[in-house]
Design a protein around this ligand. Structure first.
Ligand code: C2E
Ligand code: CA
Ligand code: CA
Length: 649
C-alpha cells in the first residue's frame, strides 16, 4: 500500500513559517513563548522524522543502509510526538497564568510520571519490541503495548482539557477554545490515520491547531508593550487581580528609574525608551538565568515590575550587580553627563499588601520614600513607616487640611554676609494633621500638585505671607523681603500677575518685599505663559530666585538668560563640600554666578565650618539650621529682634 505523504510535507513549512513569525514578532521572551517555540521545534521534528520514516520503509525488504535511518527516525518520531503532548501540559499551566500550581518540584514530578513511564517503555523497545518492531522483510509493525503510549497521551489530553475548563475564569473563550481544540486536532488526526494509514494527516492537523494558537492565544499585541519589549501595564493589573483572586504567594521586584521624567525630556521619548528596553533585556537575561518563573511589566514613564512566582526568591541578591551594570551600560550609550538613577524594592503578596490598587500605587511611589543613599528596600519596612501611611492617606489628609484651614507658614531666616544681619526669610508651609502629626511639605506639595489642589494652597501661601509682611515693620526689623516658593501650576496661571497686584494693593505690600522662587523644571516645562508672567512680574518690581540649583541639569547659559536676581544653591551641593571636589564645584559656581551678576544663597548650611568656607568663597547669603530652622511667624520675629538688634538700618 502506497502512503500519501503530501499532508506531512505540507505541515513542515507551516511549522517553520510559524517559527519564523515567532522570532520576527519578537515573541521570544517569557516562559509561554519559550515553550511555544519548543513545541514548534518538537512538531517540526516529528513531521520531518515521519517523512523520513516513510521513505525508509517504502521498499521492502529494508536494505541494511536504510535500517539505521528507519530505526532512528522511528524513535525520534515517537519521542518528539509524545514529548510535545507532555510539554503542552506545562504550556497550559503557563498560558493560563497558573504556573504556581506546578511550581513545586513534587508537582512537576507528578505531572511528569506518565511521560517518564512512556520513555521507559520506549527505551525498552529495542529489546522487547513492545511498541513497534522493524524487520527487514516485513517493515514496520505495531507492538502489543503501543496502546499504552496512546493511553498516556490520552491521559494528558483529558487532564489538559479538564484543567483548561476549570480555568475558564482566567482565560477568555476565544483563547480557551483554540487551546482545547489542539487535543481534538491531534486526536482526530491520530484516529483518522489509524483507520486510513495511507493518509499521513496527523501532522497537518497538528499544524492547523498551531495556527489557531498563534492567531488566537499568543497575541503579544494584547499584553505587551512594544515600545520597550515588556509586558504591558494592563497585563500587570490583570495578573495582580488573578494573583489576589487565587491567593497565590508571589514576590514583585520593582525597579524605579527615579529621574525618568528628566531623562525623557532630555533624550526624547524614543531614545529614552530604547534605553529602558535595554535595561529590560538585561533583567530578562538575569532572571532567566535564575531559573524562576517571572514576567516583566513596564509602566510609563519609568517603573519596571517583575512578578516572580517564588516568594523565597532573593531579589536583593539578584539586583546586587544590576545597578552598576545599568549605569555602566547607560553611560556607554548616552552622551556624557546624564545618568540613569534607579531604586529597587521587593514586595511579597499577600504579606505586605493585598489590594490591587494599593500595590500599583506602591510601585509608583516607593522610590520617593527611600533615603537618597539607599538603592534597595523591602516593602515591609517602607509600608510600616509613618511616611507610607501618610502617602497612602494623603487624599483625605489634604481634603481635611483645605477644608479646616490647617496650613501654617513658617519662616527660615536668611543671613547676609555683606550687611552682617538677617535680611530675609524663606516662607515654608507647614501642615499639622490630627491623626498623622506634622506632614512634611516635600510629601504633600507634590501630592497636591498631582491632585490639582495646589492652587488653593498656593493662594493661601501668597495671602498669608502678604499679611505677615503688612503686620510687621520690616524696616525697623532690618528685613528686606520674603522668599515665596511658586509651584509649576501657579506659574502657569495667566492671572498670577493680577493676583499678586491685588494682594499688593490690599495689604499695602510693595513688590520689592516679595521674592519668588522658581525651579528650573518649572521654567523648562511651562514655556510661554511662564515667560509672559516672568516678564510682567519683573516689570511690576518682583524679583526671582532660581531654587534648587545643582539638582537638575543646571545650565549656566540658561541661567544667565533668565531674569533672575538670585540663585539658591541646593543643600546637596553644600553637603558635597565635605570633599575637595565638592568644594571646588561650589567655589567655581559662586565665581561664575558672581561673574553673571547673580546673588547666591547657600541652603542647608548646618555648621560653622561650612559657613566660613562659603563666606571665603564669596557667597552672598546663608540659609540653614546653623542659624535657625524654619520658625512660626511670632518666633521668627522674636529671633530677628534678638539678632538684628544693633544692625537694623
Ligand atoms: P525648598 O524650597 O528647597 O526648601 C528648603 C528646604 O530645606 C526646607 O524644607 C527647609 O526646612 C530645609 N532646610 C533648610 N535649611 C536646612 C538645613 O540646614 N538642614 C536641613 N536638613 N534642611 C534644611 P521643607 O520646609 O521641608 O520644604 C521642602 C520643600 O517643600 C521645599 O524645598 C519646597 O520645594 C516645598 N515647599 C515648602 N513650602 C512651600 C510652599 O509654600 N509652596 C510651595 N509651592 N512649595 C513649598
Ligand atoms: Ca525654596
Ligand atoms: Ca531649595
Amino acid at each position: 500500500m502506497q502512503t500519501v505523504l503530501y499532508f506531512d510535507f505540507c505541515s513542515i513549512p507551516i511549522f517553520i513559517i510559524i517559527l519564523i513569525t515567532v522570532f520576527v514578532r519578537r515573541m521570544t521572551r517569557g516562559i509561554s513563548n519559550k515553550m511555544f517555540i519548543m513545541l514548534l521545534i518538537l512538531s517540526s521534528l516529528s513531521a520531518i522524522s515521519d517523512v523520513i520514516m516513510e521513505y525508509a520503509y517504502r521498499e521492502l525488504p529494508i536494505s541494511p543502509e536504510r535500517m539505521l535511518t528507519a530505526q532512528l527516525s522511528s524513535y525520534l518520531y515517537f519521542i518528539c510526538r509524545n514529548a510535545s503532548v507532555y510539554l503542552y501540559t506545562f504550556f497550559i499551566f503557563s498560558i493560563t497564568g497558573t504556573w504556581y500550581r506546578v511550581k513545586s518540584f513534587a508537582r512537576k514530578v507528578i505531572v511528569s510520571i506518565p511521560f517518564a513511564l512512556l520513555i521507559l517503555i520506549l527505551l525498552s523497545n529495542p529489546f522487547t519490541g513492545i511498541v513497534f518492531d522493524i524487520a527487514a522483510d516485513k517493515g514496520y509493525s505495531r507492538g502489543s503495548c503501543i496502546f499504552i503510549l496512546y493511553l498516556i497521551s490520552l491521559l494528558y489530553a483529558v487532564f489538559g482539557t479538564i484543567y483548561l475548563l476549570s480555568c475558564s475564569r482566567f482565560i477568555t473563550k476565544d483563547k480557551l477554545i483554540p487551546l482545547i481544540s489542539l487535543y481534538f486536532f491531534v486526536a482526530g488526526g491520530a484516529v483518522f490515520q489509524y483507520f486510513f494509514p495511507q493518509y499521513l494527516v496527523e501532522m497537518i492537523s497538528t499544524s492547523m491547531s498551531t495556527i489557531l494558537l498563534i492567531l488566537f492565544v499568543l497575541r503579544p499585541e494584547e499584553i505587551s508593550d512594544a515600545s520597550v519589549g515588556s509586558l504591558s501595564f494592563d497585563a500587570y493589573r490583570l495578573e495582580l487581580q488573578k494573583i489576589l483572586y487565587t491567593k497565590q504567594r508571589v514576590k514583585i521586584a520593582f525597579l524605579n528609574i527615579t529621574n525618568a521624567t528628566e531623562l525623557r525630556s532630555y533624550l526624547g521619548e524614543e531614545r529614552y525608551l530604547s534605553y529602558v528596553s535595554h535595561v529590560i533585556t538585561q533583567l530578562d537575561i538575569k532572571f532567566t538565568r535564575e531559573r524562576i518563573f517571572f514576567g516583566i511589566y513596564f509602566e510609563h514613564p519609568g517603573t519596571i515590575m517583575i512578578i516572580v512566582d517564588d516568594d523565597k526568591f532573593d531579589i536583593k541578591a539578584a539586583f546586587r550587580n544590576m545597578y552598576g551594570e545599568i549605569r555602566r551600560n547607560f553611560d556607554k550609550l548616552a552622551i556624557s553627563g546624564e545618568r540613569m538613577n534607579v531604586k529597587a524594592c521587593s514586595l511579597v503578596i499577600p504579606d505586605d499588601l493585598t489590594d490591587c490598587d494599593e500595590i500599583i500605587r506602591f510601585g509608583r511611589s516607593f522610590a520617593s520614600q527611600m533615603p537618597a543613599s539607599r538603592m534597595f528596600a523591602d516593602a515591609s519596612e517602607l509600608i510600616s513607616s509613618n511616611d507610607y501611611k501618610m502617602i497612602s492617606n494623603i487624599d483625605s489628609i489634604l481634603n481635611r487640611a483645605i477644608s479646616e484651614n490647617r496650613f501654617r507658614m513658617y519662616y527660615q531666616p536668611i543671613y547676609s554676609f555683606e550687611r552682617g544681619r538677617f535680611i530675609s526669610a524663606e516662607a515654608l508651609i507647614r501642615l499639622n494633621d490630627d491623626e498623622y502629626g506634622s506632614i512634611p511639605p516635600g510629601l504633600f506639595i507634590p501630592a497636591a500638585e498631582k491632585r490639582g489642589v495646589i492652587l488653593p494652597i498656593g493662594d493661601f501661601v501668597l495671602e498669608d505671607v502678604h499679611r505677615f509682611i503688612s503686620e510687621n515693620d520690616f524696616d525697623a526689623l532690618g528685613l528686606e523681603y520674603i522668599e515665596i516658593n511658586l509651584s509649576v501650576a501657579q506659574c502657569l496661571q495667566e492671572e498670577l500677575p493680577v493676583k499678586l497686584a491685588l494682594l499688593s494693593d490690599r495689604y499695602g505690600v510693595s513688590p520689592d518685599k516679595v521674592n519668588l522662587e522658581i525651579t528650573e523644571t518649572t521654567y523648562e516645562e511651562v514655556g510661554t505663559v511662564m515667560e509672559t508672567n516672568l516678564a510682567a512680574l519683573t516689570g511690576m518690581g518682583y524679583t526671582f530666585s532660581l531654587d534648587d540649583y545643582g539638582t537638575g541639569y543646571s545650565n549656566m547659559q540658561r541661567v544667565s538668560k533668565l531674569p533672575l536676581k538670585m540663585v539658591k544653591l541646593d543643600k546637596s551641593l553644600v553637603d558635597d563640600m565635605a570633599t575637595e571636589d565638592g568644594r571646588s564645584i561650589v567655589r567655581n559656581t559662586v565665581k561664575m554666578m558672581r561673574d553673571i551678576d547673580k546673588e547666591l544663597v547657600a541652603e542647608g548650611v548646618e555648621t560653622k565650618d561650612r559657613l566660613d568656607e562659603l563666606e571665603k568663597m564669596g557667597c552672598h547669603f546663608i540659609q540653614g539650621y546653623y542659624f535657625s530652622k524654619p520658625l512660626p511667624a511670632d518666633k521668627f520675629i522674636a529671633f530677628i529682634k534678638e539678632h538684628n538688634v544693633n544692625t537694623a538700618k
